[in-house]
Design a protein around this ligand. Structure first.
Ligand code: NAD
Length: 290
């Protein structure tokens, strides 16, 4: 297949490389001067999209996505497929999908989880929104770039699933970290805390698989001085998207709101920038009640 790939950053670069490695003819474009093994570089997004059976985008945000949509949709052939893997707001995902539909292009919003490691290993999980026909055409590419793809519903459903999941993740990480900090103050050993909670009703992915306490539980960014992993600023981005979606759909999300405010404070005024999102534990550790 002829594939156009736009946005070759931390995630897009290895994803495009995996498509080329699988034997597809991949033409890429990025604003920055980048190269990707096996990928031919174009001079613009429109050039990369011209003549492609499938175009994949992996961009920073909804505003950039809307701008790129304006460039590539007119260049794409009717009946071709556009898979957007960026994490963006639901409204932007729906707006560009409508634009694509008007041009006869089948759009799939397919944000991912799995991070840079998953992108390199081809083990991402895709959460997809779009028609059945569009999802079917995108599926072979999901198989190369990932290990699982869930068709969540119509356009925007992939983004909705992603931000709901990540809102739970942010809230749960904070709850796990504040509980560890409380346990410390109560003189409870962290390993004992883990042994109990990880097999009791307080268990969660953040406790059991990504424990924020160094030296406790399976290996995690906490064991590597909180190098990301999943950076706190990316968590903040997703939490903000959840609150934007909650506002536009009139959903009451008080825990999501508090988690957003805490990560905002952490990233913007407490040296959280560049640290893993589990570094909330040392943050709580240093604080008292006031
Ligand atoms: P990144 O900033 O490394 O890559 C984005 C790329 O897009 C950059 O190379 C940039 O030059 C390019 N770009 C920007 N504007 C462009 C334009 N108009 N035309 C062409 N290229 C343009 O970001 P990333 O880490 O690769 O993340 C990409 C997306 O994936 C984001 O939406 C992010 O939220 C999401 N995501 C990231 C991770 C992660 O761990 N990094 C995990 C899951 C999802």
């Amino acid at each position: 297949m002829k594939i156009g790939f736009i946005g070759l950053g931390n995630m897009g670069n290895p994803m495009a490389a995996n498509l080329a490695k699988a034997g597809h003819d991949v033409v890429g474009f990025d604003m920055a001067d980048v190269s990707v093994p096996g990928v031919t570089m174009a001079n613009s997004g429109a050039e990369a999209a011209t003549g492609a059976d499938i175009v994949v985008t992996m961009l920073p945000n909804g505003q950039i996505l809307r701008a790129v949509a304006g460039e590539i949709i007119p260049a794409m052939s009717a009946g071709s497929v556009w898979i957007d893997c960026s994490t963006v707001d639901v409204d932007s995902a729906r707006a560009v999908a409508d634009q694509a539909k008007d041009a006869g292009v089948m759009a799939v919003d397919a944000p991912v989880s799995g991070g840079i490691g998953g992108a390199a290993a081809g083990t991402l999980t895709f959460m997809a929104g779009g028609s059945d026909a569009a999802f079917e055409k995108a599926a072979p590419l999901f198989e190369i770039m990932g290990q699982k793809a869930v068709h969540c519903g119509e356009s925007g459903a992939g983004q909705a699933a992603k931000i709901c999941n990540n809102m739970i993740l942010g809230v749960t990480m904070i709850a796990t970290c504040e509980a560890f900090a409380l346990a410390d103050k109560l003189g409870l050993d962290r390993q004992k805390m883990f042994d109990v909670v990880s097999t009791s009703s307080g268990y969660s992915w953040t406790m059991n698989a990504y424990c924020p306490a160094p030296g406790v539980g399976p290996s995690s960014p906490a064991d590597n001085d909180y190098q990301p992993g999943f950076a706190a600023e990316l968590m903040l981005k997703d939490l903000r998207l959840s609150q934007q979606a909650a506002e536009s759909s009139d959903a009451d999300t008080p825990m999501g709101q508090v988690a957003t405010a805490l990560y905002e404070q952490f990233v913007e005024s407490e040296n959280g920038l560049g640290k893993d999102f589990s570094a909330m534990l040392p943050r709580f550790e240093q604080r008292g009640r006031s």
